[in-house]
Design a protein around this ligand. Sequence first.
Ligand code: SF4
Ligand code: ZN
Length: 339
Amino acid sequence: MPESVARTVARERRPAPGAPPTAREPVNMWVEDEAIGPDRVRAFVAILRTRGCYWADVKGCSMCGYAKDTLGRSASPDELGQQLDRILARYRDEPYVKFYTSGSFLDDREVDPASRERIAKAFAGRARRLLFETLPEFAIEPAVGAVRDSFGGDVEVAMGLESTQPEVLGRLINKGEPPSEYLAAADRLRTYGVHPKAYLLLKPPYLTEVESVADVVRSIEVAQSRFEAISVNPVHIQNGTVVEWLFRRGRYRPPWLWSLVDAMRAGAAARGSTRLVTFPTAGGLPRGPHNCGRCDTTVLAALEEASLAQRFDGLDALDCECRAGYARRRDLEGVGIEA
Ligand code: SF4
Ligand SMILES: [Zn+2]
């Protein structure tokens, strides 16, 4: 990709600084099915509007368009408090609460320490488990410990490890820190008494379907002993990203759901005692992971059930006329290219 395109893509990511009315509104809220151990529960999800991920300004990851959902500046403690008020007005004591920020909840530039504690306290005694996301460099004791102590229940800290292969993470996904930093952060988090969770990315740009399945399975093998949960996240096309640039030029197809099924079946055998889940975004849609259109709903339902129940044998029986065509295309991808 020409360098000028990379610069344009990066510039288009970030919105202009938001006015106060925008800063009072969270990006989104919804309720979804989840599980805490063997218990099926409802999870309340809120996306805070913050300045967003600092790395998106520095270089940004090739598949990530979350900067579009940010404020374009830091939100003040008062503005974050008003967002929390709106979130609490919708909250119905769901046992699992997930707080996203389109970046790192533990980065003080996004959420200041006092606001973090206020948010954690607001769910103390009401939720069993609180999840937030962070880059590994912010996963340090003072910040994590303050949230843990303010909340008092189970705290789950999710990190976008994406791949345990340094070349995939650094060159294809464009993350700033190598996989070793994510693994070290997971080890630290366990000593702080919280639960580390990893996201793995299925089909970063420039990998074939076969390569991307192998990368996810290898990453599960490496990461399973360090993380208590692993979520496999297939790429969906987000606006203003390198992946979208490639997609528009016919150089990228979102992963087949069959690839996700293969990754989950092989991953289930490699995961040890780690919880392995997948809840694809935009599943079955042209810009998300999809098959032929006829089997997508069935395949997605089987993947969700496997994730919630932690039983993967239901994936073995899945089939459709498109599966043979998928296998033929998959096996031809990359043929003739020297490794
Ligand atoms: S994927 Fe994560 S680290 Fe990369 S730009 Fe997006 S929010 Fe930042
Ligand atoms: Zn099909």
